[in-house]
Design a protein around this ligand. Structure first.
Ligand SMILES: [Fe+2]
Ligand SMILES: [Fe+2]
Length: 277
């Protein structure tokens, strides 16, 4: 398990069991009392116990209920039974998992162990706030650690360096994923001060978390609007200006100008943004 307090003392008590391929990483918060996602790796429990005895886990927060994020619950619940916190839509999608997971979730429901979490809800005593960020699925949550400005992003934002990041975070229409929702969710996250990004797949990105959100959004714009090539940068400039980041917006305008030296649209957006400033 990797810990991060040397990089930032506010991250004390947070640990990461790395993902392996299509199986998500698992985060330990508050010295073992809280988990974010359960991955799907064999031997998860041994990794978790490097931080604290498993019986200390009181809560399991789920970013969503794709199998690669919940499969490890089987191993955890053989030993202990933390309460599960999940968005109500993702709670429904748990029924779509392969057997025996629907039955397993139903048993937890019957035992009163599953709790719905809504947008902006604080998870008591954890320092974490849930953000509903639909797009990858309709029930995705990110968990934001306010004091450390750390975002546990599940599959909603994955680091661009990660191979297959576009595949792993793409909308899953079977679970209500929609590209336009993803755009709106990323635009919202752009306004959040994110120092550290702790994604569901790939390595945590320390001190430059916001940068990953910007890259995710502009990459999405480029996929949605291939032509004209400057369009993605103009949209990004407008989003960044709206998010109170005028210098970053200006950088995007410059990129758009380089791609389209004579475009009137670039002049138009520049004029519009300077009127609003
Ligand atoms: Fe995933
Ligand atoms: Fe997923």
């Amino acid at each position: 398990m990797r810990t991060f307090e040397k990089e930032d003392p506010r991250l004390e008590g947070i640990g990461w069991v790395p993902d392996s391929g299509p199986c998500s990483g698992v985060y330990v918060i508050d010295r073992g009392r809280v988990l974010i996602d359960a991955g799907n790796m064999v031997g998860l429990v041994d990794h978790l116990e490097e931080m604290a005895p498993l019986e200390k886990v009181e809560r399991l927060l789920l970013t969503h209920t794709h199998f690669d994020h919940v499969g490890g619950m089987a191993e955890i619940y053989q030993r202990t039974a933390p309460d599960v916190f999940v968005h109500p839509v993702a709670r429904e999608y748990a029924r779509l998992l392969r057997s025996p997971f629907p039955e397993f979730f139903q048993a937890l429901e019957d035992a009163g162990k599953i709790h719905s979490v809504l947008d902006e809800q604080e998870i008591d005593g954890t320092g974490l706030k849930a953000l509903h960020v639909p797009g990858h699925t309709a029930g995705d949550l990110c968990f934001y650690h306010v004091e450390a400005q750390a975002l546990f992003s599940g599959d909603a934002v994955l680091p661009y360096q990660l191979r297959f990041s576009a595949v792993l975070s793409k909308p899953d229409d079977f679970c209500g994923g929609r590209l336009q929702d993803k755009v709106q969710s990323l635009r919202r996250l752009l306004r959040l001060p994110v120092r550290h990004l702790f994604p569901g797949h790939g390595e945590p990105v320390l001190h430059k978390g916001s940068h990953q959100i910007k890259i995710a959004l502009v990459t999405l714009y480029q996929a949605l609007y291939e032509n004209p090539p400057e369009k993605a940068w103009l949209l990004m400039a407008q989003d960044l200006a709206a998010a109170g980041q005028p210098e970053e917006a200006e950088e995007c305008l410059k990129k758009a100008r380089t791609l389209a030296p004579t475009s009137e649209e670039v002049d138009h957006v520049r004029a519009m943004l300077s009127r609003k400033a």
